[in-house]
Design a binder for this molecule. Sequence first.
Ligand SMILES: [Fe+2]
Length: 333
Amino acid sequence: MKRKPIFLFSGVIALCLSACSGVKHDMSDYILELPYKSDYRILQLTDTHIGDKDNCELHYKFMDLTIKEANPDLIVITGDVFTFASRHTAKEFFSFLDSYEVPWTLTFGNHDEQCFFSIDWLTSELNTHGGYCVFKDVQDDDVQGNANFAINLMKDDKAFEQLIIMDSNRYNYNGYFGYDYFKEDQIKWYEDLVDYTEEQNGGLVQSLMFYHIPLPEVNDAWEAAKKYPDIIKNPENAKEVEAQENEKPCNPEFNSGFFNVIEKKGSTKGMYFGHDHINNFIVHYRGVDFGYGIKATDRVYYEEPLLGGRVITIKDDHSLEYTDYYHSYQEVL
Ligand SMILES: [Fe+2]
C-alpha cells in the first residue's frame, strides 16, 4: 500500500512522491491460495455500507437469507463495506462473516474511508484478522491502494483460476474532483502478476477481478448491449425486476487505460464491481464479462427488488455461470 499523495502538493511533487515511495516486493508476496472445487461458487456481495447507527442485526438477518441460499465456497464484498462505522462495528461484521465458516475477502470502495477509523487501520485489521478472512495487503509496497492481491484457486499444485482483488481507490483531487481510478503502478502490478502467474504455472491462467468503481468502458458495454441484447448475461433477472441500468454508471472521468492492458494480456475474463447501487447488469464486452454486483443491504440509496447477491460459478472448463439472488427486508421484519 502506498498512500495517495496529499492534494495540496503540486502535481510535480505528487508525481515524484508517487513514483519514488514504497518498496518493490516480489509478486509471490501478493498471492494467497485456496483449494479449487468443481463448480466453485463465489458469492459477490456489494455496498453493504455497514455503520454504527444502523440496526446491524437486521442487516445480518437479511444477508443471511442470501448467504444461506447461495451456499458459497467464497464470499467477496466489492467495496463500500462500511460508512460511519467504528472499529467495534467493523470487528462485529467480520465475526458475522466468520460465522459461516466459509472463506471471505473484500476490497474497499470510496466510502470506506468515511468511518471512525482510517483505511490503514482497516487494512491492518484485515491483514491480521485470521478466522476465515483471506486478505493480504502489502502495506509498505510501491503499489497505490490498500487491497491489491490475488487468491489462486489451486488444483493439482497449480493455479486453476486466479481471483484478483484490487483497490479502485476513492476520490481524485488532482485536476478534477471525482471518483478515482486505477493508477499506473497498479496497472503495472497487474501486468507483472499475470506474467508471474503464467510463468509459475507453465501457461496463461484465467483470472477474475473484483473491485469497486466501474471502469469507463462499462458505459460502452451498456451502449453495445442496447444494440445487441444477446450480450447481456442475466436477461431473465433483468426482465423480472425491469431494471438493468437504473442509473448512469458513476465511473472515473479519467481513463487510465487499464482495460486496454487487460484485453491485451488475455487472462481476465470477468470483472465484478459495485458502486452504482441500482444497476445489476452483466454484459459480455471485448472478451470480458462486466458485472455490476447486487447490493447486499438497504443502507444508503437502493431499490427494494434489487437487493441480495450474485453467485459466480467457475466450471471445470473455466466457463462462468451467474445466479442472481434477490430478497426483501419484509422477509426478516
Ligand atoms: Fe456504495
